[in-house]
Design a binder for this molecule. Sequence first.
Ligand code: OXD
Ligand code: MN
Length: 601
Amino acid sequence: MKNVAPAIFPPNGIGDTTPTNQAVLDWVHEIGKLTKPENIFWCDGSERENEFLIAESLKQNVLIKLNQKKVPRSYLHRSNPNDVARVEKVTFICTPTKEEAGPTNNWSEPAETYSKLYALLNGAMRGRTMFVVPYIMGPPDSPLAKVGFEITDSKYVVLSMRIMTRMGKVALDRLGNDPKAEWNRGLHSLLDVDPDRRFICHFPQDNTIISVGSGYGGNVLLSKKCLALRIGSYLARKQGWMAEHMLILGVESPEGKKHYVAAAFPSACGKTNFAMLIPPAHFKGWKITTVGDDIAWMEIRDGRLFAVNPENGYFGVVPGTSYKSNPNAMKSIEHDTLYTNVALTDDGDVWWEGKDGPPPKHAIDWRGNDWTPDSKEKAAHPNSRFATPMRNNPALDPDVEKGEGVPISAIIFGGRRSDTVPLVYEAFDWTHGVYLGATMASETTAAATGAVGKVRRDPMAMLPFCGYNIGDYFRHWIDIGKRLSNPPLIFNVNWFRKGADGKFLWPGFGENMRVLKWMIDRCQQNGGAVKSPVGWLPSPHDLDLDGLDIDHRSVADLLGIDHEEWEKELAEHKTFFDSLGGVVPEQLQKQRERTVARFKE
Ligand code: OXD
Ligand code: MN
């Protein structure tokens, strides 16, 4: 096998922090025997270790040094061009039965899958260094926090995990010595980065993930989609909490009253932008703070939902990020950032489509080829990414490390829809809200391989991330509602509705504050709304549109419910529920029937 990751040889004092938990030692020993690495590197997350790994990565061209004056302590990584996004068709949930994985997941029988993967992994790390990365998801003192270990032969993975998780000694301390303690086993090998030998497999019953043949973040940073969502959602159901594909943000009024909201949007629908929103001038004194931009772990306390962000960094889509679209993201990625698949300018800076200012006259594109503004190809891959520590975010919420989490007042679902779905509406109650989440849909983007721009149903934005049967997942949501005496209100938003001229009706970005403000008013029982067949809608005067350059017609279009479009939409909900083959709970079927009936009233 081609050695795409030659071994490195650390000096004494680096790479030798072995854990004391015997279960971890036994597992690493077993994987070492299987993969036969040149050496084992035990990561401790220290600064010295990081510097050493960066220096070795530069030597092996895993990283490209950027102009350190323009982007201090930041580097560029180029992935294999065949390996630039999550690949859902080779992502598997390996539960004992197919039913447990359900109709929305690829299923593969666990014993057969282990044998197939172990055969691929046999000797896969020959001549390579096997890194053992201990990490924690969640604030270390949170009851929700989970320890994971990722074994990998990729330096890029180690460097990214250090940004994206709380990595190293902190995890060893949290795990302790109990050989029966719960922790996640994550095994990753690049193999030879061949799409035909690429599999991302989850074994929820064993709390184990095996990912081979890819070097792309979403497939290989096993803490993120694999543990925090797929295995996380499985554990959450078993243990009575929630693992969701949601950002978490704080909204503080000029009087200092603060609410937190969690929002689920499918990949690349502006979650990071929303989580870092800067209110427009009209909202003087209002403050938005970020708890998380991608994943929320939530539990019930005193009848309320409390959320923590399990991650420690942001792995965001770069193209389109600018001082106009997301100033806080731009400030976050000015330093200490690991870029993947963006363009490199002649003066060692990074560039991408949608960055402020004119394009460079010449650059090296994400594939490593010469690029000029006349080139047909994009300079940065549409799914190029930044990995940056959350501490770089000027709007980081002060309670982000609070182990008990932050109380959630509202849950928002949303998608990218050109038509049908109004700018915002509110569910009548929790179960109706679950129905809104279960039927949400979005036009697909470049975050996953496959067709772009097709409407696909993506329940709670969890379609690619729910680690068990989606029907049981819906049931879990309904059950959680029963345990909440003070449930969050549930809303649906659509920033992407277009007018007859094909142009977006809503300006989006910071102006989304106007919609958020209405939701907060509703949470405080002082926002007006009118009843519609799909939920509570703001009337135009319920939204604060002062100072916004938008005409009455557009506002009416944004908030309008077109009966013909909804007839089609509700028929599609039925087709979707039917396509799940009888797993959808009765309560949600009833919600659909009631919505149909309300249109007839
Ligand atoms: C992501 C995704 O990378 O959802 O966050 O694909
Ligand atoms: Mn995501």
